[in-house]
Design a protein around this ligand. Structure first.
Ligand code: GMT
Length: 390
């Protein structure tokens, strides 16, 4: 494939959509494409200099008339500027609002150089934010105005079509892992920092938002540690952190639960665990669960979410109804007590994550999709110019 010039916009903070966007950009740059990140900060995990990768900071202005400094407008202006200066082929935005809206505005500002807009839907942009009455119309408009739409699971694509009556095709391109980084450990010397050899380690990673139901994680762990010696590692921070800390204390679990805070290199923590807990209310895909599986850690999560496309119940993990902490804990205890079965689950989890969600194959899919969308490009061609003279 000819090398492309691709602009990528995402939320640069720790969170699934930003991580997918960043890892995708890194992989595309390694393949020789020119990749331009546009965001208000350097994306999380984009921590070192890499060839073919550029970062364009979007600055907001806190003018006294503005109650809140607008972000969408400077983002659109930066998208238009970078599109023209670097002759971008594609603007790939992750998370519908405000990114797809800003991309639409940017395209209106540019002329023959207008890049194709591809919007990747990640989940809460549809299930929570977009479904909020005040955001509904603008989300629907921005999605429909995109040249290409992708969703990270069939579950999310179906939800989007149903919720927003989208009449355009949505390409399902799942989350992925770099299999060179997400691996089980063999000797695991770091394990002894958190648990003794007879103790099992349970792990949870999220942004501690209510949708993640971290209080359920604590309840599952409370039940598990009554049945066998266990420790819990919690990675991430968010609005529920204080609540969770209080619950841990209230249940007398403080000496068995370690709060690791926000962590970048989760591939160094996950392989230490025996089980990953993901009892979310909503999960369009479950990137953290995939990363756990890549490190050989079976997942206990909620069915009726995108996790059904990742976890096979009673094969490489377990899925239960939302809030069914008792059954989640029973399944965890039964599995953790049966070494032979646990080993099989770990093996199957690793194999699936590495085979079905391998970065190489998924980045190929994105490249094919870019090509397909570009083939629909207007035949105008020509030089890059702005519609509005400066
Ligand atoms: O899970 C979060 O709260 C973060 C959120 C995001 O948009 O950054 O993650 C969403 O996108 C991830 C990457 O595609 C998915 O793996 C997560 O399942 C999805 N989260 C939810 O649907 C709650």
């Amino acid at each position: 494939m000819d090398n492309l010039r691709i602009g990528i916009t995402c939320y640069p903070v720790a969170g699934g959509s930003g991580i997918v966007a960043t890892e995708l950009g890194i992989k595309l740059a390694e393949r020789g494409h020119q990749v331009h990140f546009l965001a208000y900060a350097l994306p999380f995990r984009l921590d070192q200099f890499r060839p073919n990768l550029y970062f364009h900071e979007v600055e907001t202005v806190a003018y006294q008339l503005f109650k809140h400094p607008p972000y969408t407008l400077p983002l659109a202006a930066k998208m238009a500027e970078v599109s023209c200066e670097w002759k971008l082929d594609i603007l790939h935005v992750h998370y519908a609002i405000p990114h797809a809206t800003a991309a639409f505005l940017a395209r209106q500002m540019t002329d023959c150089c207008a890049p194709k807009i591809i919007t990747t839907l990640h989940g809460t942009d549809i299930t929570l934010v977009g479904a909020d009455k005040s955001f509904y119309d603008i989300t629907r408009f921005s999605i429909r105005a995109s040249d290409g739409i992708t969703a990270v699971s069939k579950y999310l694509a179906d939800e989007t079509i149903q919720e927003f009556a989208i009449d355009k095709p949505i390409e399902v391109i799942p989350n992925f892992i770099d299999t060179a980084r997400f691996n089980p450990c063999t000797a695991c010397p770091e394990r002894s920092r958190f648990a003794s050899p007879e103790e099992k380690i349970l792990c949870h990673i999220s942004n501690f938002r209510p949708v993640k139901r971290v209080m359920d994680v604590i309840e599952i762990f409370r039940l598990v540690q009554q049945a066998l010696p266990a420790r819990l590692l919690l990675v991430g921070e968010g609005p529920d952190t204080m609540l969770v800390r209080r619950e841990v204390k209230k249940n007398g679990l403080a000496d068995r639960v370690t709060f690791l805070g926000s962590q970048d290199k989760v591939e160094q923590i996950l392989p230490l665990a025996d089980l990953f807990l993901c009892p979310s209310e909503e999960e369009s895909f479950g990137l953290a669960a995939l990363e756990a599986m890549g490190c050989g850690v079976p997942v206990i999560g909620t069915g009726g979410t995108g996790l059904i496309e990742l976890v096979d119940h009673d094969v490489d993990g377990f899925l239960f109804p939302i809030g069914d902490t008792a059954d989640m804990a029973s399944a965890a205890v039964a599995l953790l007590k049966d070494e032979r079965r646990l080993k099989e689950f770990k093996k199957r989890a690793t194999e699936k994550a590495h085979h079905d969600f391998n970065a190489d194959a998924i980045v190929d899919h994105y490249e094919r999709y870019y090509r397909q969308i570009l083939e629909g490009r207007d035949a105008t061609g020509g030089s890059c110019c702005r519609r509005t003279p400066r």
